[in-house]
Ligand binder design. Structure first.
Ligand code: ZN
Length: 472
């Protein structure tokens, strides 16, 4: 056999541009991490009772970063009303019109964060971005300031590689109160409808299968939260004088809440739906590990674990207002208030789910206890239509960016504004991506971003932008 001199393989034009984008993303990574760190340093907690000046500051930095790209026709900070008295938190909106008949893509993320919780539980200060190993720690380092930084870095890489050939319309919408229920989101959509109108919407606020495998999120559960007051007595009475005959609200509450699950811990509320859908493989051991179940503690519910997480309802008691143990006197408690948080399977409306839960609670209230429902909040579940061209393009972009095909996943959590977006823009194709992985601990102490995931997510989005730019 003859030894041929090795010649470089002829590269497809697409492969060339992917490797150029990969080089640009790699070279831009220190800047991307620095920009993300700058955002993490601002404690932009959008909740009532936290300094809203910080949310404004964070919006201003986002605006500055977007303006510095010198790419957009306009970049503005805007607040929409929550009601006729209050304004929502500041969002940032940047737009660049499409040229030469190209489509328009809307890139969404949010710059507000959850409160840090007890700083004692953090290994490094929550608002001091800190790299340990291959992760960047800090509140918002993943959820969702990394989404903001990824959009900016992906656009920067594309401009660097294709420059003037960039004809794609791009809208960047960085919300300021996602963590506080997106209260002014509907009004914002109405106010900025023409600027937000897009063919494809990328919502970078979800997670990935693991640090090596991307996910395209295609199903989200909805949610229903409310407060429930259970009352049995007009006032507290002595537990020795009346205990055993007069029903206290604590007993009634415990008995009532216990009717919502069966012996397996599966939800036992008639009228709540489940969805049937194919699922990727998932070992129960992974749940035990990821959710940190203690030795000997068993998972609850029935059916495949992912069906329980994505396609079945869940009900959790997340708070109880009752006398504390130190203050416990020998009295029958007259009334107890609990907070309930339910997840709704895709395919059922949140309104419908609430009706089923409310009916169940009335039906099972023991001893004629009085029930009062307060602060009812509903967000609908969402299923992505996976038949559109944008889903194919996104999957191909992820495969090129990660070197591994994406897994179509559901997510147990809820992003209620997605159904609002879909309602407002029914023709838009929605893609739910993200920068998180199972170790990100969004909303918890020691939240972090895997820097390899960050790079791959930026690259995938840059590849997607470049692909769509070639679409007539
Ligand atoms: Zn988020």
């Amino acid at each position: 056999m003859t030894d041929f001199p090795t010649t470089p393989a002829v590269q497809e034009p697409e492969a060339t541009v992917v490797s150029q984008l990969a080089a640009a993303v790699q070279a831009g990574l220190p800047v991307a991490i620095a920009e993300l760190g700058r955002l993490v340093r601002i404690p932009s907690v959008s909740w009532d009772g936290f300094d809203s000046d910080e949310v404004q500051k964070s919006a201003e930095v986002v605006r500055e970063l977007l303006e510095a790209l010198k790419f957009f026709d306009s970049v503005e900070i805007s607040r929409a009303p929550i009601d006729d008295k209050r304004l929502g938190q500041p969002a940032v909106l940047a737009t660049r019109a499409a040229r030469n008949g190209r489509p328009t893509i809307l890139l969404y993320a949010h710059h507000d964060v959850q409160p840090p919780g007890d700083p004692q539980h953090w290994e490094s200060a929550p608002f001091e971005p800190t790299v340990r190993g291959d992760r960047l720690y800090g509140r918002g380092a993943a959820d969702d300031k990394a989404g903001v930084a990824a959009h900016i870095s992906a656009i920067r890489a594309v401009i660097k590689v294709i420059g003037e050939e960039m004809d794609l319309g791009v809208v960047v919408f960085i919300e300021g109160e996602e963590e506080f229920g997106s209260r002014s989101f509907g009004a914002f959509l109405t106010q900025h409808r023409s600027q937000l109108n897009a063919d494809v919407i990328v919502i970078a606020d979800s997670d990935n299968w693991n640090a090596a495998t991307p996910s395209l999120t295609v199903g989200l559960r909805g949610n229903v939260t409310f407060k429930l007051r259970v009352s049995t007595l007009g006032h507290a009475v002595h537990s020795g004088m009346f205990g055993g005959a007069a029903p206290d609200a604590m007993l009634a509450t415990i008995a009532l809440l216990a009717t919502m699950h069966d012996a397996d811990g599966a939800v036992a509320v008639a009228g709540l739906h489940s969805r049937q859908a194919p699922l990727p493989d998932y070992e129960p051991a992974r749940l035990i590990e990821d959710a940190a179940l203690l030795d000997g503690v068993t998972p609850i519910g029935r059916g495949p674990v992912l069906s329980r997480l994505w396609n079945q309802p869940a009900i959790t008691v997340t708070g109880i207002d009752a006398p504390t143990v130190v203050n416990a006197s020998n009295t029958l408690v007259p009334s107890v208030t609990v907070k309930l948080s339910a997840r709704v399977a895709p395919g059922q409306s949140a309104a419908d789910a609430f009706i089923a839960i409310e009916a169940h609670l009335y039906k099972h209230a023991p001893f004629g206890a009085h029930l009062e429902f307060m602060d009812i909040d509903r967000g609908d579940p969402f299923l992505v239509d996976t038949t559109g061209w944008a889903v194919d393009a996104a999957k191909a972009a992820m495969t090129a960016g990660w070197g591994v095909e994406p897994i179509e996943t559901g997510i147990g959590g809820s992003i209620p504004f997605i159904s609002q977006l879909a309602e407002e823009f029914p023709a838009a194709q929605i893609l739910i991506t993200g920068v998180e992985d199972p170790d990100s601990r969004a909303h918890s102490p020691n939240e972090s971003l895997h820097l390899g995931v960050f790079r791959r997510a930026i690259l995938s989005e840059a590849i997607l932008l470049e692909k769509l730019n070639r679409r007539a």
